[in-house]
Ligand binder design. Structure first.
Ligand SMILES: C[S@@+](CC[C@H](N)C(=O)[O-])C[C@H]1O[C@@H](n2cnc3c(N)ncnc32)[C@H](O)[C@@H]1O
Length: 218
């Protein structure tokens, strides 16, 4: 049995220093190929306008843009410091015209209904104050037939793996944050129960080696 969840934050990742440390960490994730962009392509997210919830530094969306043509990413991010960083990184990728980063919360998104072809989010779910509200918003802003993919850590991960990943997580300054995020993460059973209370109707939760992924369509 996993220990009870411990909430980490309801305000996202804030503060210039914290954001800078997170950027270094996210770059190592990107460079190790751990963002698994190919999984988005495999489930058919190959075209159109994607919404990324909690993009942080933005590498998931930016790498997806690199692997697709005629696509666009809009990021919905609660932290103003992360928004600035995502804009800077998008400019470094040369993707200013294919990206838009908007300040907002996934719980009440500032977008019209049926706007997006795809919605994806990585590593943000465990920070959402009200995940059911975010799932309802995903159902609202997706076009009919649109797909979604939410990936995150899993609290009931094998302890050996938990501490193995801890030891190789860089920079070292992010390691306490890695543990608090893990304590706030969901198990697949908890997530299935939350999803079943939302307006999303077509979803499946997959347990991965380290984390979990929810995929589905509207
Ligand atoms: C751990 S970071 C993950 C960043 C990035 N997606 C990645 O894979 O590296 C979580 C991000 O979600 C943002 N966030 C947290 N709660 C949010 C919410 N309710 N709405 C939008 N963004 C949120 C945080 O500010 C932070 O940038």
């Amino acid at each position: 049995m996993a220990k009870p969840r411990i909430i980490e934050t309801n305000e996202g990742i804030q503060g210039e220093v914290t954001v800078e440390i997170y950027d270094q960490f996210a770059k190592t994730m990107r460079d190790r190929g751990w963002h698994e962009i190919d999984n988005l392509l495999k489930i058919g997210m190959t075209k159109g306008h994607a919404l990324e919830i909690g993009p942080g530094p933005g590498y998931v969306g930016l790498e997806w843009l690199k692997k697709t043509d005629d696509t666009m990413v809009t990021g919905c991010e609660i932290s103003p410091d992360m928004l600035k960083l995502a804009q800077k990184n998008a400019a470094e990728y040369g993707f200013e015209t294919r990206t838009a980063y908007v300040k907002g919360t996934g719980m009440t998104m500032p977008f019209e209904a049926e706007t997006f072809d795809n919605v994806f989010s990585n590593g943000s779910l465990h920070e959402w104050e009200d995940p059911i509200a975010v799932f309802n918003e995903i159902a609202r802003v997706l076009k009919p037939g649109g797909k979604f993919c939410i990936s995150d850590m899993r609290r009931d991960v094998n302890p050996l793996l938990k501490w193995g990943i801890y030891a190789i997580t860089k920079p070292k300054a992010i390691r306490p944050g890695y543990l608090t995020s893990l304590n706030a993460a969901y198990t697949t059973d908890e997530l299935e129960s939350l999803l079943s209370k939302s307006t999303l109707k077509h979803f499946s939760v997959q347990k991965a080696f380290f984390g979990l992924t929810v995929t589905g369509w509207q």
